[in-house]
Design a protein around this ligand. Structure first.
Ligand code: DOR
Ligand code: ZN
Length: 356
C-alpha cells in the first residue's frame, strides 16, 4: 500500500478518504428512469451488481449484453463505471445459457427471485428445486448465486418471510451445493445475521443503507409512509440494531449493497404502492452517518470497498473517493420533467457529502 492509502478510512479532520467503493446490489431500471438514475450510482461506485428485474427480465446473454450497453450509453464516456450484469433465474432457464454468459464475461452472477416476492418477480422461480440443475452448473463454474431471501406463501406473515426462507430454502441450497457462492441480499433480520455468521466462507450478505436506519415504525410515523416501504420490509428495532452491529463489526462476509430501487413518486404514493427506496443519490453518505453513529468510521472502508470484491474474487479498486464533513441537504424531490422520485433521506440534512 502507498503512504496515501494507509490513511484510508481515517478521519483526517474534515475529510474521510476511502478506497473507491462498489455497490453489490442496485436497480438502475431502463429507459427514462435509467437515464435519470444511473449517474448517482456511477458517481460513487466503481462497479455495481445490476439487478435484472426489468420487464421483460434479463434471462439471456443477449439481453444482458444489450442492457449493459444501454447503461453505458446514458453515462458520460469517462465515467469509469463498470456494470456487473446478472441473469434472472426462471423455472425454465437453461444452464447452458448461464454458463455461456458467465464464461463470456457478460454475467457476473445469477439472481434468484422467488416468484411473486417483489417488483417484477412474476417470472421468478416457483419452486427452488426446479433450478437444481442450474445451481449445480453454477457451483461447477464458480458463478455466484444472489438471493432475494423471502418465501412468498400467503400464510406466512410478511415480517417472518425472511426467517422462514433461511430454514425452508437457503439451508437446502447450502446443503446440496456446498461450494456454491451465495449472497443473501438486503438482509433485514437478526436471524439472517446469525445464519450468515454461522455459515461457512461461501455465504455472504449485503446490507442496505436504509435497513441500517429505519425499522418498521418508519412506515407508520404519523400516517402511512410509502417512501419507507421496501422489500424485504423493515423489521423491528432489535433487528435493525443487529444489522448495525454486524455491518460495523468488520466481519468480512457482510458488505455494501444499497438495493437502491427508484419508482416514480406517483407509483409509490398509490393505493397499491411499489416497494423500493431510492438511496443512490446519497448512499455512501448515509452509510457514513450510520458508521459514525456507531463509532466505526474506520470500518467503513472494509464494508464498502474491500469485503465485497474479496467475496466475489475481484480486484480491489485503485482509486479513492473523499467524503467531506459538510452539511448535505437532501432534496424532497428529484428527477426530470418527466420523472419525479422521492429519495431516501428526503428533506433531511446529512453530515457528509461526497466530494466532486
Ligand atoms: O424494495 C424493493 N424494490 N425490493 C426488491 O426486492 C425489488 C426492488 C424493486 O425492484 O423495486
Ligand atoms: Zn433489489
Amino acid at each position: 500500500m502507498s503512504d496515501a492509502s494507509e490513511q484510508h478510512g481515517t478521519d483526517s479532520g474534515a475529510d474521510l478518504v476511502l478506497r473507491q467503493p462498489d455497490d453489490w446490489h442496485v436497480h438502475l431500471r431502463d429507459d427514462a428512469m435509467l437515464a435519470f438514475a444511473a449517474r448517482y450510482t456511477a458517481r460513487q461506485f466503481a462497479r455495481a451488481i445490476i439487478m435484472p428485474n426489468l420487464v421483460p427480465p434479463v434471462t439471456t446473454v443477449a439481453a444482458g449484453a444489450a442492457y449493459r450497453e444501454r447503461i453505458m450509453a446514458v453515462l458520460p464516456e469517462d465515467s469509469g463505471f463498470t456494470p456487473l450484469m446478472t441473469a434472472y433465474l426462471t423455472d425454465e432457464i437453461d444452464p447452458g445459457e448461464i454458463e455461456t454468459g458467465f464464461k463470456s464475461g457478460v454475467f457476473t452472477a445469477c439472481k434468484l427471485y422467488p416468484a411473486g416476492a417483489t417488483t417484477n418477480s412474476a417470472s421468478g422461480v416457483t419452486d427452488v428445486r426446479k433450478i437444481w440443475p442450474v445451481l449445480e452448473r453454477m457451483e461447477t463454474i464458480g458463478m455466484p448465486l444472489l438471493v432475494h431471501g423471502e418465501v412468498v406463501s400467503p400464510d406466512i406473515d410478511i415480517f417472518d418471510r425472511e426467517a422462514v426462507f433461511l430454514e425452508q430454502v437457503l439451508s437446502l441450497v447450502l446443503r446440496d451445493f456446498p461450494a456454491l457462492k451465495v449472497v443473501l441480499e438486503h438482509i433485514t433480520t437478526e436471524d439472517s445475521v446469525q445464519f450468515v455468521e454461522a455459515a461457512g466462507p461461501t455465504l455472504g450478505a449485503t446490507i442496505t443503507a436504509h435497513h441500517l436506519r429505519i425499522d418498521r415504525n418508519a412506515m407508520f410515523q404519523g400516517g402511512l409512509r410509502p417512501h419507507a416501504y421496501c422489500l424485504p420490509v423493515a423489521k423491528r428495532r432489535r433487528h435493525r440494531e443487529a444489522l448495525r452491529k454486524i455491518a460495523t463489526s468488520g466481519h468480512p462476509r457482510f458488505f455494501l449493497g444499497t438495493d437502491s430501487a427508484p419508482h416514480p413518486k406517483h407509483e409509490k404514493e398509490s393505493a397499491c404502492g411499489c416497494a423500493g427506496i431510492f438511496s443512490a443519490p446519497a448512499a455512501l453518505e448515509s452509510y457514513a452517518q450510520t458508521f459514525e453513529e456507531e463509532g466505526a468510521l474506520d470500518r467503513l472502508e472494509g464494508f464498502a470497498s474491500e469485503f465485497g470484491p474479496r467475496f466475489y474474487g475481484l480486484p480491489l479498486n485503485e482509486g479513492t473517493v473523499t467524503l467531506n464533513r459538510q452539511p448535505h441537504a437532501i432534496p424532497e424531490l428529484m428527477g426530470t420533467d418527466a420523472i419525479h422520485v422521492v429519495p431516501f433521506h428526503a428533506g433531511e440534512t446529512l453530515a457528509w457529502r461526497l466530494a466532486g
